[in-house]
Design a protein around this ligand. Sequence first.
Ligand code: HAM
Length: 406
Amino acid sequence: MRRVLHAFNYREVQTPTFEEIELFLAKSGPGIREEIYDFKDKSGRELCLRPELTAPVMRFYFGSGLKVEPKPVKLFYFGPCYRYDRPQAGRYREFWQLGCELVGDDSPEGHAELLHLALGLFEEAGLKNYNLRVGHLSILRSLLEGLGFPPKEQSPLMRLIDKKETEPLGEALRAKVDARSADAFLKVFEYRTFDQLKQLSGSAQTQAAYAHLQRVWRRLEGFGVDLKKVQLDPTIARGLEYYTGLVFELDAPDLGAEKQLLGGGEYDLSSVFGESPVPAVGFALGFDRTLVALEKSGGLATTNQPVDAVVAALSEGGVAAAQRLGNRLRERDLCVELDLSAKGAKRSLGRASTLGARVIVLLGDQEVAKGQATLKNLASGEQVTVPESEVLRRLESWLQAVPVRA
Ligand code: HAM
């Protein structure tokens, strides 16, 4: 995933695990307080373990030289987050997020490239079964406004929409509007195409959102994204309250209730830091859930890195030569296991086979006396004794003959 992020010119940043709680209370919404691990330090400061990294990364952005760099600025992060949730399958109190923030670009092209990147991360990881849903908050917000709910009354409704709790949502709507208008609003939950979306009220914001989404789709197509895996979903509300426009979520249908692997969207946190507006968009993926999804689909690559060579001293006399050779091979970035136990070839061969090493280099009294080493290719069984100066060449030619590192 890091490789993909570098290919898209994202730079990695790290921020502290704990922050002032105010940072999150400012814009993430009141719901976040219950989810936060908070505490006071010895000076009575109200701190917390970070529940997410967007606000910390933006704090870093505005507090560093990054904010005067030419835009867009592209940042990514990978680190632990903490939420005081009721733990269940796929929902942990400590979990890892990998995410990125694109600062200073609100174009459909920038958004499409970010979505393309999000999909690229899963493709690279080997996850095949997923679907991405993309929407735009202006659509919901302008519909709610049309029904007579001004922005400051929309939060509780947006929370119900986020959780897809359509029954309590219907009740909340009917408390203010007639049943027909409430039902018409609830119909949006069935909309999945641009044609359906077109039927919605022609408010200027809805039209702009519609045009923006259509451009994003065109650009996704240009990137070669498989549009069968991307769905229009005007009912994405997102749990955090800082989102402003484009929003998206990615699910792995193979997982149970906690199937959302990634979430993100457009936001602007500049006011939290007393700065003038800067558009930003980003996402975070739940790394733990991604691993579970990969495991379920059989796509989790082995985590054991292959051992290129075991370098074994067969006797006391071979120890110094084995150390020297080990150093040389490791300088070449080869993965080397040293066996300096000097307990004989049988034991060292047994260890090499347990490790699944590709080659073993044996250094006994005889070899050392002649300035030689014995190499055995553990895949083919071929064994040769060569001068020490030729060990590296022979080893590398054997390693190249088999696929080196997955
Ligand atoms: P979020 O949707 O709250 O967004 O979290 C992103 C992802 O983190 C979720 O889709 C999920 O996979 C994972 N996740 C969340 N809570 C848990 C948990 N308790 N256990 C395991 N995994 C979890 C954000 O955090 C935003 N900061 C994303 C963003 C970046 N928006 C803009 N930029």
